[in-house]
Ligand binder design. Sequence first.
Ligand SMILES: Nc1ncnc2c1ncn2[C@@H]1O[C@H](COP(=O)(O)OP(=O)(O)O)[C@@H](O)[C@H]1O
Ligand SMILES: CC(=O)N[C@@H](CCC(=O)OP(=O)(O)O)C(=O)O
Length: 296
Amino acid sequence: MQESIEKAKILIESLPYMQKFRNKVVVIKYGGHAMVDEHLKRQFALDVILLKQIGINPVIVHGGGPQINRFLDRLDIKPSYVEGMRVTDGETMDVVEMVLVGKVNKEIVGLINHCGGKAVGLSGRDGDLVCARKLQMSSRAKGDDIKDAPPELIDLGRVGQVTKINPEVLESLSQADFIPVIAPVGVGEDGQAFNINADLVAGAIAGELAAEKLMLLTDVTGVKDRQGVLIASLSRQDIEPLIADGTLTGGMIPKVRCCEAALARGVAKTYIIDGRVEHAILLEMFTREGVGTEIC
Ligand SMILES: Nc1ncnc2c1ncn2[C@@H]1O[C@H](COP(=O)(O)OP(=O)(O)O)[C@@H](O)[C@H]1O
Ligand SMILES: CC(=O)N[C@@H](CCC(=O)OP(=O)(O)O)C(=O)O
């Protein structure tokens, strides 16, 4: 009996959050590194279904970097990255789209539906949801700041940056009570595919939908300082100095930058959280303590 009473108390603790977030959009980025095992993937699917069931609108954007790398390895292609972005030639682009859209997306959709939800898979090419152009990255962004020399452009191939989000397809799905699951492949003006970092797609969609929350699920406890200690809260002004001094590297750079951009576009709260923790989404949404790093 006592155990049941404790469960009821936990439900009551989450009541104010349920009321606050009802009818709000929450964009959840499910990183490839957080898709650890079948048990955790199922917990993720159940969390998302529960949000939908209580009237919150989850929009899922997934990654799949490690899954792409496993496939490239089979083809003997070595991946290379600049600031967390995969250098993507034509052959790599084919693999990226095949793995993200054909495999990872369908697995997540299948899992949510199997667990009792109603999910629909999309890529950014569907309904021109994510329009993109070639990403222009200057060598200065990489730290090659040699005196007064003009920065050179680094060619990352088919890597895109988001130019526009067309949310109509998401609105239709939401009206029909579907949970959208989006692969981070964008469409260029020429109709060709662009490979876009999933964090950046999630941030852009969260901004366009003026989401209540943007949550990035990854494989670390959150943003850590140089001593490896978790930073519970990070302000926008802290981000560039932490990149410049090397505290934030690799895949963490697009994450913090997309949180920064989403906040600038009116997203209320952004979080980087540990997707390896069971029910990380529910802990973040419905408990006082929360988990991971809040970027505000
Ligand atoms: N300061 C930092 N705090 C935490 N993680 C960091 C930091 N700097 C770099 N990282 C790296 O960022 C990684 C997360 O980015 P990424 O590998 O792209 O994950 P995902 O696949 O979830 O998008 C972590 O595994 C960690 O190695
Ligand atoms: C341009 C670029 O880097 N695109 C990413 C897209 C997938 C992704 O972002 O996956 P994670 O979230 O699991 O890292 C890539 O090719 O790996």
